[in-house]
Design a protein around this ligand. Structure first.
Ligand SMILES: [Zn+2]
Ligand SMILES: [Zn+2]
Length: 200
């Protein structure tokens, strides 16, 4: 079985009499202290020491099975990286993107007719066309992201808007932001004006 197939398909079962030694540590088997065990993932015959691991095997309805050390690490390693892949775009830690950002600060944020709320806003260096919004600077998951490309920037607030505010509009979606002061607003606009055109 290939590493990628471990646990997904039933292995060819190596018969007890096909080996005289543990297929992992190569210590000889004997009837008393080193008896034969099977790894349910690769089907190899191994000693108890080398098979003292358990992993969920897909071909067996994800039940916990005895597996050898090598298979354990392959299977656990695989699920780890697959879980990482399944992580959504929002599950990026704020501290991570803020530490390496083009710009980050608190802004007031309003979407459609919802009330204004304070959000920690970040445009990461590695992804300078996306605005990440967090509830707080150390949050491990973003509240929302806005892919900035193609948005129109409206930076002249009406009298009804908050001072130092600006809007991002694209077809029906409108995102309103307000900075605490004009200087901060201009900093954000400088970055956003580039991002909406796809320049970084
Ligand atoms: Zn062994
Ligand atoms: Zn194995």
């Amino acid at each position: 079985l290939q590493n990628a197939e471990l646990g997904k398909r039933a292995p060819r079962w190596i018969r007890d009499n096909e080996v005289t030694m543990c297929m992992k540590c190569k210590e000889p088997f004997n009837a008393l202290t080193r008896r034969r065990h099977h790894c349910r993932a690769c089907g190899h015959v191994v000693c108890w020491k080398c098979s003292d691991y358990k992993a969920h095997l897909e071909y067996d309805g994800n039940k916990l099975n005895k597996v050898c050390k090598d298979c354990y690490h392959v299977i656990i390693g695989c699920t780890d990286s697959e879980e990482k892949k399944k992580k959504g775009i929002l599950e990026i830690e704020s501290a991570e993107v803020s530490g390496n950002s083009v710009i980050c600060s608190f802004l007031q944020y309003m979407e459609k007719s919802k009330p204004w709320q304070k959000a920690w806003c970040v445009i990461p260096k590695q992804e300078a066309l996306v605005l990440y919004m967090y509830g707080a600077p150390q949050d491990v998951k973003a509240l929302a992201t806005i892919p900035l490309l193609g948005y129109t920037v409206d930076d002249t607030p009406r009298s009804a808007d908050l001072p130092h505010s600006f809007k991002l509009t694209q077809s029906k979606s409108v995102h309103s932001f307000a900075a605490d002061n004009e200087e901060l607003k201009q900093k954000w606009l400088k970055v956003i004006h580039l991002a909406v055109k796809g320049e970084t």
